[in-house]
Design a protein around this ligand. Structure first.
Ligand SMILES: [Ca+2]
Length: 487
């Protein structure tokens, strides 16, 4: 990859300056391709659960615009985040690689919870995406794209140091919780900034397509929303496990954001050449929402933690009212966007995803067979959590996962060590195997019943771990041993 050019700039001066800089260096290229390359608006919602939108079946939350746009495009029923919490999903999404390649496995420390409860020493976590990684923004520059990352970043450094032309992070704004000093709601503020970016980089003027990565802090904790919206939901009867009026109001503001962005695109006559992706970085928070029938929520590698709502809208290109049931994952966006930009895969940079463009054009399957997750860390349980972890202390312990068609195998490393690296034939239940088609709620572990399928998936998972040199936690935690000696 060519190294990126890092530019310092003031927000006010950027539009014309950047356009002039890039146009002067590659006028022929950009003028030739502007009309072929779509703009990309990627809306990433924080912690939005699989069932947290109307089109996925929620009746308590209200998302009229999201529902309408989803039905104008393609709804993905099996979209997955690359991890069950924020930072690793974002790192994978932006650099196009599975977690073992970049080492951002979790948020902060990999050793959450009490040391005496952790059987193994977890693998150390990187809290920053290494600058050697080429983000999608950096690579799309080669196709003439102008890019902005607005909102939650969460993977160290700044967006501008990772190839984005513009970046606006909450750290640069005077924000407490979800409100600015002047009382503006953060979701509204970020939307306003996003619309400013679109206007200042209008491709009709710049002759350059844009990538807008709008990464909302909603609906992450603290659960906090606009008063009038909360009051509207307080009057509404609960729907089973979805009943929090403030959380519903946060989702309502996300819907307003989608509406404002789409309206701006329409007013600027950009909507027909803009691909809009709606996605979440992990499953819903187990204390505030739920996504039944899926098991668990944020932080777990059961479906409730990693399966997320997703739709793609691209007027005139995607058949309205389409639904896609093929499993797709965050790392698929990178190669998809490369293809939209007319770029081939970089020669010396591994991409772990597969372009979903064939699906958007109406194919029903991809040639890719399996998806993988690797989380060699601990995440402590939440206070008051109602979801089904494996134990009351942790949302998850170290785990690796493979998904192949309807099958999903989870390898739990603590028990795997107890099983002598597989020598004890899964005596300690180190392996869980589910058929998601028959058992979407992951209630029936088939690891002891379908040995052939278990062995097939386990071998493929371990081959993948070797291929990516995924670090596996195997060293015992001395404090755990000490506690168990005493008791
Ligand atoms: Ca998140």
């Amino acid at each position: 990859m060519e190294r990126r050019v890092i530019l310092s700039f003031s927000i006010a001066a950027i539009g014309s300056l950047m356009a002039a800089l890039v146009l002067s260096s590659c006028v022929d290229y950009t003028s030739r391709v502007t009309h072929e390359k779509p703009n990309i608006v990627f809306m990433l919602i924080d912690d939005l659960g699989w069932k947290d939108v109307g089109y996925m079946g929620s009746t308590f939350y209200e998302t009229p615009t999201i529902d309408r746009l989803a039905k104008q495009g393609m709804i993905f029923t099996r979209a997955y985040a690359n991890a069950a919490n924020c930072a690793p999903t974002r790192a994978s999404l932006l650099c196009g690689q599975y977690t073992p390649r970049h080492g951002v496995y979790t948020v902060g420390t990999s050793a959450r919870g009490r040391s005496e409860d952790r059987r193994l020493i977890p693998i150390e976590n990187s809290t920053e995406l290494d600058s050697s990684k080429a983000t999608i923004a950096e690579t799309l520059k080669h196709a003439g794209y102008t890019s902005a990352a607005i909102g939650k970043w969460h993977i160290g450094q700044k967006p501008e140091q990772h190839g984005f032309d513009f970046g606006i992070d909450r750290d640069e704004l005077d924000i407490k919780g979800h409100f600015s000093e002047s009382g503006e709601y953060l979701t509204d503020l970020l939307t306003r900034e996003a619309i400013n970016f679109i206007k200042q980089n209008n491709p009709h003027t710049t002759k350059k397509p844009f990538l807008l990565y709008l990464s909302h802090h909603a609906v992450h904790t603290p659960i906090s929303a606009k008063k009038n919206m909360i009051e509207a939901f307080e009057k509404k009867p609960a729907d089973g496990c979805q009943n929090n009026a403030t959380y519903a109001a946060m989702i309502g503001s996300v819907d307003e954001s989608v509406a404002r962005i789409t309206k701006a695109l329409e007013e600027l006559e950009l909507d027909n050449n803009t691909l809009l992706v709606f996605f979440s970085d992990n499953g819903g928070h187990g204390t505030y929402t739920c996504q039944k029938p899926l098991r668990g929520g944020k932080g777990m590698y059961y479906e409730g933690g990693i399966r997320v709502p997703m739709f793609v809208r691209w007027p005139g290109k995607i058949k309205p009212g389409s639904t896609c049931e093929e499993p797709v994952i965050g790392t698929d966006f990178y190669p998809t966007f490369l293809q939209l930009g007319g770029l081939s895969a970089p020669q010396d940079y591994e991409l772990d995803g597969t372009s979903i463009l064939p699906l958007l054009k109406g194919e029903t399957t991809l040639s890719r067979e399996s998806l993988f997750w690797h989380f060699p860390c601990y995440l402590q349980a939440y206070e008051g959590m109602t979801d089904e972890s494996r134990d009351p202390l942790f949302r998850t312990r170290p785990v690796s996962v493979i998904m192949k068609g309807d099958w999903k195998l989870m390898m739990f490393h603590e028990e795997w060590v107890l099983d002598g690296g597989g020598q004890n034939l899964d005596k300690n239940n180190s392996i869980e195997l589910y058929n998601l088609k028959d058992d979407i709620a992951e209630q029936n572990n088939l690891a002891h019943l379908d040995i052939r399928k278990k062995n097939e998936l386990l071998k493929e998972l371990m081959d993948w771990q070797k291929q990516l040199e995924a670090p596996i936690p195997t060293n015992p935690d001395p404090e755990y041993l000490d506690k168990n000696k005493r008791s």
